[in-house]
Design a binder for this molecule. Structure first.
Ligand SMILES: Cc1ncc(COP(=O)(O)O)c(C=O)c1O
Length: 501
């Protein structure tokens, strides 16, 4: 290689007291000099020997730095011709980077190429902010009583599986999940929820949110219609919207979704999303008549039903309501469940019972999304269920949540009974407190969030203007003190928000 002129380098200052080793400082110095345009592509750099002499350091750190820069493609070397800054580094990138660095403000003025996002990407940025979800204070919906989780037992099981894990636990797993876990889930669902499926139909997901996304991916093309409950679960709406689907709200009444309305207007429906056991957020149960109507129509019309059965383990008065999936004779129902409430949300474990003919598509969708869920936690959860800890935990939590529900109703009654009307207290870990007509909820929720209270505005569950505002209040994760304190803060928020309006 000819014609590479040896040039002077800008001064290199090494800090001998720094924690960064000398070779690291040299490496960083060269990288920065290249980005700042002080060293140009093709420019020759001194030999390691001469640079070491010049800097009065041993040759080893210089050799190590050069080796790293060569390995990462910042330098290239030629036998007999020394080392230079790689000529393949595009000069215009360096000049732009150098200009930005000199100006000190990276973003301004530079004429830039298009930064267009996809329509889906743009939709994602347009989702409304939810400041009330920024804290874990009282009334955070779907937060269980974490302080009552049997963490000692759980830790023992984690240790048991981590000590000498078989390769199956550490290597790549199957997209559908860890087979023993799928077996216990299928057995549990069959016994407790009346779900009819085989382990081969269970796909383990990272929470029910992923189950909804995979369902959208497998079942919907852009602009396809999904009919959802109004009010309904905002995260389900977001999952469908970001898949490019057209989301159509259908009002709920005391029997759940107005199925007759779906049948009347839903000629082009592809998917119906429902929470029949415990409507989210209003809390009613879908009547048997509507369930049958929905299933029969879906079978005739070729519509898929997504059943989100997110918390039916916690019913206080009556026995658990059997699933819609169990009544389905046409394999129309995609049954979604989660361990977020019955274990804990950070576990990110959920599942979906998929009709047999859809299994290959769901499996492939999971594979191309994030391959599979952590096998270690699937194995731990399997033992937790098999050894009886799960059933015991649910029994204890059912009692606790019943007490917390009663305490919350009492606190609302005594402190805000003249303002809030409570509904949906029969099951689950949340209830709805309705405001008088004409009072908007978002400003109050925002004010409450400032006080560390998570009072989700009911209007965020609506796509259209709600008939009444209110709050979706979770009581699973709040103890007696937090409940009473939380309601008094909500009362203060109501006062100051109304003063601001
Ligand atoms: C209707 C509904 N579905 C599902 C979930 C659980 O979501 P995930 O399993 O993604 O934590 C919740 C939690 O708030 C919910 O309210």
């Amino acid at each position: 290689m000819k014609g590479i002129a040896a040039t002077f380098l800008p001064p290199i200052a090494l800090d001998y007291r720094s924690k960064t080793p000398l070779y690291g400082q040299l490496y960083e110095w060269f990288r920065k000099a290249i980005f700042a345009g002080q060293l140009r592509p093709g420019q020759r750099v001194p030999s390691t020997r001469s640079l070491a002499t010049e800097l009065k350091v041993s040759r080893i750190p210089v050799l190590n730095a050069y080796e790293q820069l060569l390995a990462e493609g910042y330098f290239e070397s030629f036998v007999g011709a020394g080392t230079c800054v790689a000529r393949s580094i595009p000069e215009d990138t360096l000049i732009a980077a150098a200009r930005k660095a000199r100006r000190g403000s990276p973003e301004k003025a530079e004429k830039r190429g298009s930064r267009r996002m996809s329509r889906r990407g743009t939709t994602l940025t347009q989702l409304p902010p939810q400041t009330w979800l920024d804290n874990l204070g009282a009334f955070r919906v779907s937060l269980p009583a974490l302080e009552h989780f049997p963490i000692k037992i759980w830790s023992k099981l984690v240790a048991r599986h981590s000590r000498r894990p078989p390769t199956g636990l550490m290597a790549y797993g199957r997209p559908m999940g860890y087979l023993p876990f799928r077996e216990v889930i299928a057995e549990y669902l069959g016994t407790v929820r009346g779900v009819r499926c085989e382990p081969s139909q269970i796909l383990v997901t990272t929470g029910s949110q992923q189950a909804l996304q995979l369902s959208a991916q497998v079942l919907l093309d852009p602009k396809d219609q999904v009919w959802i409950e109004e009010p309904g679960y905002p995260s389900a709406r977001h999952a469908f919207m970001t898949a490019g689907a057209q989301v159509i709200p259908v009002r709920v009444d005391h029997d759940g979704m107005d199925v007759a309305e779906v049948i009347r207007r839903g000629r082009d429906a592809r998917v119906v999303y429902v929470t029949p056991s415990h409507q989210y957020p209003m809390g009613m149960t879908m009547s048997a008549t509507r369930r049958m109507l929905l299933l029969n129509w879906a079978a005739r019309a070729g519509v898929w039903i997504i059943e989100d059965d997110y918390d039916s383990e916690y019913r206080f008065g009556t026995r658990p309501i059997a699933s819609l999936q169990g009544m389905d004779s046409d394999e129309r129902v995609i049954y979604v469940g989660t361990f977020s409430k019955v274990l804990f949300p950070a576990l990110r474990l959920g599942y979906v019972a998929v009709p047999k003919d859809l299994v290959p598509a769901f499996s492939a969708a999971r594979d191309s999304a994030d391959v599979f869920s952590s096998t270690l936690y699937q194995a731990v959860a399997t033992d937790f269920i098999r050894e009886g800890h799960f059933a015991r935990h649910i029994r204890r939590m059912r009692m606790l949540y019943m007490e917390r529900r009663t305490e919350l109703v009492k606190a609302i009654d005594s402190q805000m009974g003249d303002t809030l009307e409570v509904i949906g207290t029969e099951a689950g870990m949340h209830l709805v407190a309705l405001l008088p007509r004409g009072i908007r909820d978002v400003a109050i929720s925002t004010e409450a969030a400032r006080m560390g209270i998570c009072a989700m505005p009911l209007s965020s569950c609506y796509m259209q203007p709600p008939p009444r505002g209110g709050f979706v209040l979770g009581y699973g994760g709040a103890n007696t003190h937090q409940i009473h304190d939380g309601i008094s803060k909500l009362r203060m928020s109501l006062r100051s928000a109304r003063a601001l309006i």
